[in-house]
Design a protein around this ligand. Structure first.
Ligand SMILES: *Cc1c(COP(=O)(O)O)cnc(C)c1O
Length: 360
């Protein structure tokens, strides 16, 4: 057993996780919903998450093979799609041995594929650049690429692409991107995959054969203008304890840089979480936290191991009380907004120092 002195932790609600999966899958009933667990399952602990989902999910996706191997080592048997494909030619041998599906995006990967013996028996996923201009083959090059593949590979092809603006329900770009991919899908009568979380909610025409569900799986809405996302339930609750309470007089300051000063006699609680735990250093005074049923603001700068919170307005507050930084009561989006970042970054930055514990 690992000894835990400091009670700072991220609780992971695995029931909510499975419910989110089943709910989003029901929105795209004709598609195979891939559970994206890259980046340690968006900071939720990939082993915990993959084991909870594995009876419900056919296919997982990660960024690169190292992440997939870690899942295999923890006993996950499902097929795993490698979203960035092989980084080395030897990745093909590993993919062959472990049933990893490779998404190929560049000529050098096609050369590796063609030279590799024994040939991969898994489906090959080809990434098409439909307007993100980050990864993928140009539309005009696809005929040439596909002509190099043997017939079995051609028959088992999945064409895929990625949206650059799918969180904006009024954006025309996703419609254009899909219109660029679809003719190729029809020409080769192959399967296709386009939608990420926001695509699933905002652009049903993009559901295709496989959707790639990341953020919404973790109960966070990928778009703020779609009623369907209201049913999502946050999976992670980030919590820490109050370790000290100080009275601060008018004019006195709190924390590094003296950036906040009291305009009334204030009660300031010091909470055991800081930027070394992944709480954003950019969080401004006023960023909400949740204590004893009330929302209260952080004040002063975030330190490496601690934050300070104005609890003057709480009638009941004591050392040892639990503080929610985000989760069921504090939306991670409100923290992201007052820290000039996005929910994805906050989730994936919760550091190793914070234990991820399945909620009981
Ligand atoms: C991370 C990723 C996803 C998942 O995106 P969300 O917005 O988190 O749903 C889908 N496709 C690719 C290629 C990705 O890299």
């Amino acid at each position: 057993m690992r000894y835990i002195s400091r009670d700072t932790q991220a609780t992971i609600d695995l029931n909510a996780l499975v419910e989110n999966y089943q709910y989003v899958a029901s929105i795209a009933p004709q598609s195979n919903t891939i559970a994206v667990v890259k980046a340690d399952a968006y900071g939720h602990d990939a082993n915990l998450v993959a084991h909870a989902l594995s009876p419900h999910v056919e296919l997982f996706a990660v960024g690169f093979i190292d992440e997939a191997l870690a899942l295999r080592q923890s006993g996950i048997k499902n097929n795993i799609l490698i979203l960035e494909g092989p980084f080395k030619v030897s990745d093909f041998t590993i993919a062959h041995e472990h049933n990893f599906l490779l998404m190929l995006h560049s000529d050098y990967q096609i050369d590796w594929l063609l030279s590799h013996q024994p040939q991969l028996t898994q489906n090959i996923w080809l990434k098409v650049d439909t307007g993100m201009n980050r990864l993928g083959f140009a539309i005009d090059d696809i005929d040439n690429i596909i002509s190099k593949l043997d017939t079995t590979t051609q028959q088992n092809l999945v064409l895929c692409s990625h949206f650059s603006t799918s969180e904006q329900i009024t954006s025309r770009k996703p419609v254009e991107q899909l219109a660029r991919l679809k003719p190729l899908v029809e020409k080769y009568s192959c399967q296709f995959s386009m939608a990420n979380s926001a695509g699933i909610f905002n652009f049903p025409a993009s559901h295709g054969d496989y959707t790639r569900l990341g953020l919404a799986l973790y109960g966070i809405s990928p778009t703020d203008n779609n009623l369907l996302t209201e049913q999502l339930n946050p999976v992670m609750t980030l919590q820490a304890k109050i370790i000290a309470i100080h009275q601060v007089e008018i004019g006195e300051t709190v924390g590094y840089g003296d950036t906040w000063s009291a305009t009334r006699t204030s009660k300031i609680a010091t909470v055991a979480i800081g930027y070394a735990d992944g709480y954003p250093r950019n969080a401004k005074s006023g960023t909400p936290v949740f204590i004893n049923g009330r929302v209260v603001p952080i004040v002063g700068r975030v330190s490496m191991d601690m934050i300070t919170v104005d609890v003057t307005d709480l009638t009941v507050v004591a050392v040892g009380d639990s503080v929610e930084l985000w989760g069921k009561h504090i939306s991670i989006d409100s923290v992201a907004k007052s820290s000039d970042t996005i929910n994805y970054e906050l989730l994936t930055r919760v550091s190793k120092r914070v234990p991820k514990v399945a909620a009981s």
